[in-house]
Design a protein around this ligand. Structure first.
Ligand SMILES: Cc1ncc(COP(=O)(O)O)c(C=O)c1O
Length: 434
């Protein structure tokens, strides 16, 4: 008789009720009980740099609205007009019955903006990444090589693919994998700007590897398109390698002030994806107002010659202000400015204190970053004014006096084996400097 091998079979001590796992999931309740739960804050109003939370005006330093276009009059007007002309939703996938002129116009605009032959618009960035990586990874003999810090949508896309997949942490590991994998059907997948730390990928060196190895390069430029490079042309353009990027991903949920995502590249590949990416075929189309907002945001990007200057001024002022206080900003040069904290519970507590001081920023802890490397993710916008950033710097300064700052030498980050709970309890219990 063959032994039954079934890893999903319940262990003898496990409850038979699948809901029991949900009921015994304690972490959020513990963090709520400590009074430092930092997620799902309910905002009642927003004008971009300022939001209203519990009736109080708070300076927003936790959005991805880098150019401040989510509240730009031209972008709002375009969304209103599309709503009036087409209604609130497409009520079907683009594949069958939800494809509007507006979707096609946005794709043409994106192809021109990215310098690629064609583009394909999805209902979200996550759906675009997941659908495209899965479709490419399902091609016979495909191998996906994925950067360790990649966004969850890229990781999940690779998981959905039938082909082989490997993770690399640096260029040496990537080259080793390229040397051992069968050439020709390999796609290297990387974020251009890593979303938590603002680290910029060395796309130029990746492109150099193409001289020695056969592979296609997929770049997720969610945080670089519209922000970095000449007139926001993106990270690859800023490194002079836009042409060598084979598939370029972007989202409208950040600098482009809307919702939705896209991939751009060679016409035949885009047409293949149009018919193979399950997340476009089996999911409703991006709503008209969101499409129109993205079209208008691209137009503002082309016409407002000062917008990137305003963003750069704010980002420099913010980053230098934090450094002057003594915070370590992890070498970021983008509008994502991480404030290194170290202790997970301290990052949560500081964000709670920041809210009380009128500043919204988000803690980033394990598993998004390694144990002991928690940080506070801050982001600047072109539309922040100096007094808002000054107010936020004062708040960070008061926290630097209240809590011990981690001193980082030679960019060496601390390593820990688990979460630090010290600051889950009020600082009066001995965790603070005071
Ligand atoms: C690097 C990266 N890729 C993809 C996405 C997904 O984009 P969207 O929010 O449009 O689904 C995000 C959003 O958080 C991201 O940061």
């Amino acid at each position: 008789m063959r032994e039954r091998v079934d890893s999903a079979a319940p262990k003898p001590e496990a409850s038979a009720d699948i809901f029991e796992v949900c009921r015994s999931y304690q972490e959020p309740s513990l963090v709520r009980a400590a009074g430092i739960y930092p997620y799902f804050h309910v905002l009642s109003e927003s004008d971009g740099p300022l939001v209203t939370l519990n009736g109080r005006e708070i300076v927003m330093l936790g959005a991805n609205n880098y150019l401040g276009l989510a509240h730009h009059p031209e972008v709002r007007e375009a969304a209103h007009a599309a709503l009036d002309r087409y209604g609130t939703g497409c009520t079907g996938s683009r594949f069958l019955n939800g494809n509007l002129e507006l979707h096609e116009q946005l794709e043409e605009d994106l192809a021109a903006f990215t310098g690629k032959d064609a583009a394909l618009v999805f209902a979200s960035g996550f759906l675009a990444n997941a659908g495209v990586i899965a479709a490419m990874g399902n091609i016979d003999g495909a191998v996906i090589l994925s950067e360790r810090e990649n966004h969850a949508s890229l990781i999940d896309g690779a998981r959905m693919a039938r082909g082989r997949r490997h993770v690399f942490s640096n260029l040496t590991e990537l080259e080793e994998l390229l040397s051992t994998e069968q050439p020709g059907r390999t796609m290297v997948v990387t974020d251009a700007v890593f979303s938590m730390t603002g680290r910029i990928a060395d796309l130029r060196s990746m492109v150099d590897l193409k001289r020695r190895h056969v592979f296609r390069l997929y770049v997720d430029d969610a945080h670089g398109l519209g922000v970095l490079g000449p007139r926001g042309a993106g990270t690859a353009a800023s490194q002079g390698v836009n042409e060598e990027v084979d598939l370029l991903f972007g989202t409208f949920s950040k600098a482009l002030a809307s919702l939705g995502g896209f991939v751009a590249g060679e016409t035949a590949v885009i047409d293949y994806l149009r018919h193979k990416a399950r997340t476009i075929i089996f999911s409703a189309a991006l709503p008209p107002a969101s499409v129109a907002a993205a079209i208008a945001a691209l137009r503002v990007l082309r016409t407002d010659a000062e917008i990137h200057k305003r963003l750069a001024v704010n980002t420099n002022m913010w980053r230098e202000g934090l450094r002057r206080i003594g915070y370590y900003t992890m070498g970021s040069t983008t509008p994502i400015v991480p404030v290194f904290v170290g202790s997970e519970s301290l990052a949560f507590r500081m964000c709670k204190d920041l809210l009380e001081l009128g500043v919204f920023a988000t803690p980033v802890a394990y598993p998004a970053v390694p144990y002991g490397q928690a940080l506070i993710r801050t982001t600047t916008m072109a539309s922040h004014c100096k007094s808002q950033l000054d107010k936020a710097l004062l708040a960070f300064e008061s926290l630097a006096k209240k809590y011990p700052l981690k001193q980082i030498v030679d960019d060496e980050l601390p390593v820990a084996s688990g979460i630090d709970f010290t600051y889950a309890f009020p600082p009066a219990h001995g965790a603070s400097k005071a």
